[in-house]
Structures are given as C-alpha cells and as structure tokens.
Design a protein around this ligand. Structure first.
Ligand SMILES: Nc1ncnc2c1ncn2[C@@H]1O[C@H](COP(=O)(O)OP(=O)(O)OP(=O)(O)O)[C@@H](O)[C@H]1O
Ligand SMILES: [Mg+2]
Length: 255
C-alpha cells in the first residue's frame, strides 16, 4: 500500500503568449489504503493534479511523491504500480473486450497464460463474463467503463486513480458502478483517489473529501464517516459547506 504526499504543488501551463496557473500551492496527503475523493468545479485543475500523480506531467514547483518517490522523475519505478480509470473509456476499438483487458498486462510483459487468467478474473469481477469476444462498439457506455475498471485492476496497482469515471453515465448505472467499484477498492485495499465534480458522489465514495478551489488548492479536507453518509441531515449540511467553499473559492473555516 502506498502513501501519496503533495506539497506546495504548482502547475503553470504556457498558453499562447501567456501563462495559465492550473494548480496553485496545493498540499494534501492520501494515506496508504485510503480512498479519498477530490471535488472541485470544472477547470479547477483536477485532471492536471491526476496527471502529475500519474507521472504524465511535471510539477512546475512543489513536490508530488508516492512512497517518497516522484512519479514524473521515476517513471520506470512506477511502471505497473499506478493505474487509472478515465472519463472516456480509452479502449482500443480494434481489440475485443478480453484483448483490451489484457492490454496493460501485455505492456508490462506478463506471459500470455497469466495475462488471460488475470484479465478473465477481472472481467468476471466487473460482471462482463460472456462478453470477452465483443468489441467496444458493441457495448453500452457502462459496460465499456467496466472494461476500463477491469483493465485498471488487472495489473494489481498500488494506487488506483479515477477521473470522473462515471460522469457521463445515467444515474442508475452510475450508482451501480460506484457501488461495485467501492467494493473492489475495499476488497483489494488500494490507495485510491477518486476525482469528480459531483459533490454527492464525492461524499458517497470518499472516506475523506478534499475540496479544491480554482486554481487547484485545498479549500477543505473533511472526513466523511459512515454516520455522516447515512444521516440525511448531516449529509445535507456537509454538502452545503462544500458548495459554500467552492462558490466563495475560499478555505472553509472548520476544515
Ligand atoms: N496541457 C495543457 N496545456 C494548457 N493548459 C492546460 C493543459 N491541461 C490543462 N490546462 C488548463 O488548466 C486548467 C485546469 O484544467 P484541468 O483539466 O486540470 O481541469 P479539471 O478540474 O480537470 O476540469 P474538468 O472538471 O472540466 O475536467 C484549465 O484551464 C485548462 O485549460
Ligand atoms: Mg478533468
């Protein structure tokens, strides 16, 4: 299990002749085995933060470390240790469900026998047994996301990241997928970061919710215990506080 430490992270993009500050002095921690939801309005720098965690982007300043190592600087060390489920399924259209589910394992050089075994196992876990030979275009959006989830879990990563993974699905399908995803994360004890602009989703999934301002910096860091999740009134109060923090773009008074 891995710990994520983000210290005074800043990311500035060059945009035409000017600069765009996407992340501004962002600090937070995700403890090993914890499931943290990150919420903030559109364009506030959530995906940019996730890309830095994945080692796809380099911080402009500050430090993002997983188990003391920086993903961008030590890309090779993190091969097979991080995986992500994105908003769009990012499946390869010319590959079957099974071939998509084995793809990450193939890149890691796992033998074919083991690849098929692991991919079939995870496809079954996400409820796609019987669809191994279907192509992505033959599946519903929810089923395609399930392939993405199977692919992400297949490599048994230390850290699992989700970026608006259920954002474009209907409410009923999203609820089901959320519950299934939560069970898998719990079962496997992954350190997990779930990014969303949906406050209800963040409170449902996260053991802790981080609320980001725009540009990305920490406005709120709040534990969401079972007693809050299950209590309609407490939930409503917390949601109001989160909305207030996002609207004012100021840190909340009581963390
Ligand atoms: N590669 C890039 N080059 C230039 N600007 C970028 C790049 N990536 C992101 N940005 C800018 O950084 C800001 C934050 O973008 P980001 O995608 O991180 O936001 P987000 O919170 O994920 O938004 P959404 O909720 O819409 O997905 C935006 O203004 C975006 O235009
Ligand atoms: Mg995004």
């Amino acid at each position: 299990m891995s710990k994520i430490e983000c210290r005074n992270l800043t990311k500035v993009f060059r945009l035409g002749s000017g600069n765009l500050e996407a992340i501004k002095d962002l600090s937070f921690e995700v403890n090993a085995g914890e499931l943290v939801a990150v919420v903030g309005k559109t364009g506030c720098g959530k995906s940019s933060t996730l890309n830095i965690i994945l080692g796809l982007e380099k911080p402009t300043a500050g430090r993002l470390a997983i188990d003391g190592k920086e993903p961008y600087a030590e890309f090779d060390y993190f091969r097979g240790k991080l995986s992500a489920v994105f908003q769009t399924d990012r499946l390869l259209p010319w590959r079957t469900v099974l071939q998509n589910a084995t793809y990450a394992l193939e890149i890691l050089g796992i033998t074919e026998v083991r690849r098929l075994e692991k991919a079939r196992y995870w496809l079954e876990k996400v409820g796609l047994s019987g669809f191994e030979n279907a192509y992505p275009h033959e599946l519903s959006g929810g089923m395609r996301q399930r392939v993405g989830i199977a692919r992400a879990f297949s490599i048994d990563p230390d850290v699992l990241l989700c970026d608006e993974a259920f954002g474009h699905l209907d409410e009923v399908t999203a609820n089901k997928l959320r519950a299934d995803f939560l069970n898998l994360v719990r079962e496997t004890n992954k350190t997990s970061v779930f990014i969303t602009h949906d406050i209800d989703e963040a409170m449902e999934l996260g053991e802790r919710v981080l609320v980001l301002g725009k540009p990305a910096r920490l406005l709120m860091d709040v534990q969401v215990s079972r007693s809050i999740k299950d209590d309609h009134t407490k939930r409503g109060e917390l949601k109001s506080r989160i909305i207030k923090a996002i609207e004012s773009d100021e840190p909340a008074e009581h963390g």
